[in-house]
Ligand binder design. Structure first.
Ligand SMILES: [Zn+2]
Ligand SMILES: [Zn+2]
Length: 156
């Protein structure tokens, strides 16, 4: 994991350099906090996590934007249309199911869907560059027992 963080840092450094930007101490802290973290998070969650590190809200938002631009994190269409992120570098492609009752998030392998998308895109003369998919679903446990006790699924 820590090796992955160093690799991600190096990619970020190179990306910033190509835009004539520097990796600041704040940006490095943000990247580390995100990569040490196995969750889907919003900008507000990240703000909470780095409270005390003296990082401004503007820097947090700007850094999220830059990290997404260079492909280290991606935006996931999740809870209540709030903008959520996750780090994707070093992870297999996956998509998300959201339980509409409890709002828990379940990840699943995205390979089969990626194949279908590639096929459709090819037929229409496009090369896919990314996608966002969210399945909204009614949790079965809740419907049966009135209580949702499922745990969120996060793939490795
Ligand atoms: Zn549920
Ligand atoms: Zn995810």
């Amino acid at each position: 994991m820590s090796e992955q963080i160093e690799q991600a840092l190096e990619i970020f450094r190179r990306f910033l350099k190509s835009k004539e930007l520097k990796i600041t101490r704040q940006r490095e802290i943000l990247l580390r906090r995100i990569f040490e973290w196995e969750v889907h998070f919003s900008a507000e969650d990240l703000e909470d996590r780095v409270k005390g590190d003296g990082i401004s809200k503007a820097t947090i938002y700007r850094t999220l934007q830059l990290l997404a631009e260079c492909g280290l994190i991606s935006e996931v269409a999740l809870k209540d249309d709030r903008r959520m992120y996750e780090h994707t570098y070093g992870r297999d492609p996956h998509d998300h199911i959201v339980c509409v009752d409890c709002k828990k998030v379940f990840e699943f392998d995205g390979a089969a869907i990626a194949r279908v998308e590639a096929e459709i895109a090819k037929r229409l003369g496009f090369a896919p560059m990314g996608h966002r998919l969210r399945i909204e679903a009614n949790c079965e446990a809740l419907r049966k027992t009135g209580k949702c006790e499922r745990q969120e699924i996060r793939l490795g």
